[in-house]
Design a protein around this ligand. Structure first.
Ligand SMILES: Nc1ncnc2c1ncn2[C@@H]1O[C@H](COP(=O)(O)OP(=O)(O)OP(=O)(O)O)[C@@H](O)[C@H]1O
Ligand code: SF4
Ligand SMILES: [Mg+2]
Length: 376
């Protein structure tokens, strides 16, 4: 996290309320007819504080990338509000939108495909400055300073993406975002395409740059270890919604939402004694289709704590259970206090709706090995 002396540190930088990104599903030979929607992001509310790293996690397809892209208006949200320093990003147009975009940059998962193979590093880095009218006589010096900050020599300017290793390419991707002096960087799985040996180097670089430039990060990852290492606060997404949010410490020490508990029970623990003793809860079935999400609680088709009432009829709201710890589960307190025990889950066979292209959910019987040990 950025040093507390930084201006505005800890104040809300981004405030998102009920953000929705629904993609239309079109069919038809002559005329495109909208026959349904993919509810990729379906009512997410969260705040990102200036100077923090907010980690967003969840399994593949839950809407993490779409949330990041919707926030930056790389895709148009279909509902909700997204404030950046108090102004509504969804209302911005023309010059105002262009200015706001400079302050919010994205780092992508795959550095090779996100860099143009025909452009050398100088051209890649100067492009954004030129587009924003910021290329002046000191442009060249700015580029070498940025390269130095990301640990690359100035001789890299004349070279092309294929001449670099994966880790170096990601450093170029980070430099491209940084050169515009943004406030917010949305880093979408920034290390998942890299060798394990260089992942830590790139994460450490991101941390150093955060301190040096006073950056705020939205760090998207499916790897819980990455988020645990780097994030101050963590939001867990499931099927387009936020199911839990807490400080990184609280989330890993006492996950309260059944989905988070299940995810964390599968994460290996370095201590072999703890590892042997641990009981696992396996997540049953596939992620239901976001084109046809389950009624009530979106997690009810896979939840080992599902109850007869409310779970499949009433969508839970995100509630603060302890200070700073928000959970969207009707029974979070009873589960925490051990008043409700997990049971075997037979995921419902969700009929594949061919018209909607919805994925069917496998019928898998979950082996519920038992409850999680206290504190997990
Ligand atoms: N342009 C699009 N048009 C239609 N559907 C889309 C589009 N982009 C994403 N989706 C769908 O929206 C849902 C969420 O996708 P998204 O890429 O945001 O998930 P994710 O959490 O980033 O997954 P991953 O971990 O695999 O990157 C998926 O079902 C995806 O197929
Ligand atoms: S509301 Fe019900 S189905 Fe949803 S997570 Fe809580 S117990 Fe499980
Ligand atoms: Mg993604």
């Amino acid at each position: 996290m950025t040093s507390p002396e930084s201006e505005g540190f800890g104040e809300p930088l981004v405030e998102v309320t009920d953000l929705e990104v629904h993609f239309p599903i079109k069919r038809g030979v002559l005329f495109d007819r909208t026959i349904g929607h993919v509810h990729a992001v379906d009512g997410v509310s969260l705040t990102i504080l200036r100077g923090e790293t907010y980690g967003l996690v969840g399994e593949s397809g839950c809407g993490k990338t779409t949330f990041g892209r919707g926030l930056l208006r790389l895709v148009e949200p279909t509902g909700g509000k997204a404030l950046f320093e108090g102004s509504d990003l969804r209302e911005l147009k023309g010059e105002a939108l262009r200015k706001a975009r400079r302050r919010m940059q994205m780092v992508f998962q795959d550095p090779l495909s996100s860099l143009d193979p025909r452009q050398n590093v100088e051209s890649t880095l100067s492009e954004g400055l030129k587009a924003h009218g910021l290329w002046g006589s000191d442009g060249h010096r700015t580029l070498t300073e940025i390269l130095d900050a990301v640990g690359l020599p100035s001789s890299a300017l004349r070279r092309y993406p294929h001449e670099f290793s994966g880790g170096q390419r990601q450093r170029i991707g980070i430099a491209r975002a940084l050169v515009l002096k943004p406030d917010l960087i949305v880093a979408d799985e920034p290390v998942s395409a890299l060798d394990v040996s260089v992942q830590a180097q790139v994460l450490n670089l991101l941390e150093d740059l955060q301190l040096q430039y006073g950056l705020t990060y939205l760090l998207i990852a499916h790897d819980l270890a990455v988020v645990r290492h780097s994030a101050d606060r963590v939001g867990v997404m499931y099927l387009g919604g936020l199911v839990e949010e807490a400080t990184s410490e609280a989330l890993y020490e006492e996950p309260l939402h059944p989905y988070t508990r299940t995810l964390l029970s599968a994460v290996p623990v370095p201590d072999p004694l703890v590892e042997d003793d641990r009981q696992r809860i396996l997540l049953a079935g596939d992620l239901p289709s976001p084109a046809n999400p389950p009624s009530g609680c979106r997690f009810h088709t896979r939840c080992p704590w599902r109850q007869e009432t409310r779970c499949d009829t009433e969508r839970p709201v995100l509630r603060e259970i302890t200070p700073g710890h928000r959970v969207s589960c009707h029974y979070a307190e009873d589960i925490r206090d051990g008043k409700i025990q997990p049971h075997e889950v037979r995921p419902e066979l969700v009929e594949a709706s061919e018209a909607l292209g919805a994925a069917s959910v496998q019928t898998v019987t979950a082996e519920i090995a038992g409850t999680l040990p206290p504190g997990h």
